[in-house]
Ligand binder design. Structure first.
Ligand code: DAH
Length: 344
């Protein structure tokens, strides 16, 4: 083949190729054209392979012709590719319309629940005094919840706590955290200093009572523990919780598992003791029950009351949280309404 014919053939090839490239109507079609025009089996590639057989004098010119054709095809393909990409972008911009003025979705920030905050604070205060944290089961037996805590059968004090029974009365949902005293004293020998936070259950519901609520039980058993230790511990506790100006007052009371027993009041943190709506003008607010562990309780866990004595106390977390944050309806603490929780 002479150079003249080669040049004409290749020119025709290139023109046809460029036409095909321009006609490709999508990315896949462009790719097919590329393979057909420039791939190993294309006419152009065969021509290139034939170069070696040409007379040496013709090679430079023939090479230049083929390279020019190759370049023309590559350029046409790249141009068509760019055109199609721009078209697709233009189409997307026309049809996928974003309204930049729409407000974004709020990303709410998580917060601690007031119950959790008070629990953490109590744990912090008591662990600072050397108490260890221990938990007990929420489903209890009558023995742990009542009997071993010196509530005899038919004792009227059982009616103080409306009990949820389960498994046909074989088990109950603990009505207080006091049974953790029993678990702990059966497990380990004194000296013991333990606080037991947890959920408790009572068949009761109104603005100040919830069927599920939280208590922290605390107790300390050692030799020669006396009422002064109890009072000192509680005083320290309320000073840390409500500030050093808070006063405490102990009123004689009754609990089956303590003797003597006391109800513990703190001076009202809203009026400083002057009298207000929250403390019903008394200047005092009741926050916990306490006492010296009854000898019968120690006996029920095989401790000799002549050798060991102890104090115990129990307080409701919801009540402490309500007083601390000025919340007047206990149900707010359980509804988990974000508008309420966001205040903390
Ligand atoms: N368990 C009592 C209750 O739920 C609270 C209590 C009172 C616990 C006196 C004590 C205590 O440990 O000494 O009402």
């Amino acid at each position: 083949m002479n150079l003249q014919t080669l040049e004409e053939d290749v020119k025709a090839l290139a023109e046809e190729g460029v036409r095909q490239a321009r006609a490709a109507d999508c990315a896949e079609a462009v790719e097919r054209v590329r393979v057909a025009l420039l791939g190993r089996k294309s006419a152009l590639t065969s021509r290139m392979k034939e170069l070696g057989a040409l007379p040496a004098a013709d090679k430079p010119r023939a090479g230049a012709i083929l390279n020019a054709a190759r370049k023309a095809l590559e350029d046409a393909i790249a141009a068509r590719e760019a055109e199609l990409t721009a078209q697709a972008m233009g189409h997307a911009l026309q049809t996928e319309i974003f309204d930049m003025t729409l407000p974004g979705r709020p990303m709410g920030q998580g917060r601690y629940h007031p119950i959790g905050m008070v629990l953490d604070e109590l744990i912090e205060i008591f662990t600072g005094l050397g108490f260890a944290v221990e938990e007990g089961p929420e489903v209890e037996t009558d023995a742990y919840n009542f009997q071993m805590l010196n509530f005899p059968d038919e004792h009227p004090a059982r009616d103080m706590q409306d009990t949820f029974y389960v498994q046909n009365g074989a088990r109950l949902l603990r009505t207080h955290t006091s049974p953790v005293q029993i678990h702990a004293m059966l497990r380990r020998a004194p000296p013991l200093s333990i606080i037991a936070p947890g959920r408790v259950f009572r068949c009761d519901s109104d603005v100040t009572h919830s069927p599920v609520f939280h208590q922290v039980e605390g107790f300390h058993v050692d030799r020669n523990v006396n009422f002064g230790h109890l009072k000192g511990t509680l005083e320290l506790f309320v000073h840390r919780l409500y500030g050093p100006k808070t006063k405490i007052r102990l009123r004689p009371s009754f609990f089956p598992f303590t003797e003597p027993s006391a109800e513990v009041d703190v001076s009202c943190m809203f009026c400083g003791g002057a009298g207000c709506r929250v403390c019903k003008n008394s200047g005092w607010l009741e926050i916990l029950g306490a006492g010296m562990i009854d000898p019968n309780v120690l006996k029920s866990v095989n401790l000799d009351p002549e050798r060991w004595t102890g104090f115990a106390f129990g307080c409701g977390i919801e009540r402490i949280a309500m007083l601390k944050y000025g919340i007047d309806d206990i149900r707010l603490l359980f509804e988990n309404d974000p508008r309420f929780l966001e205040r903390f």
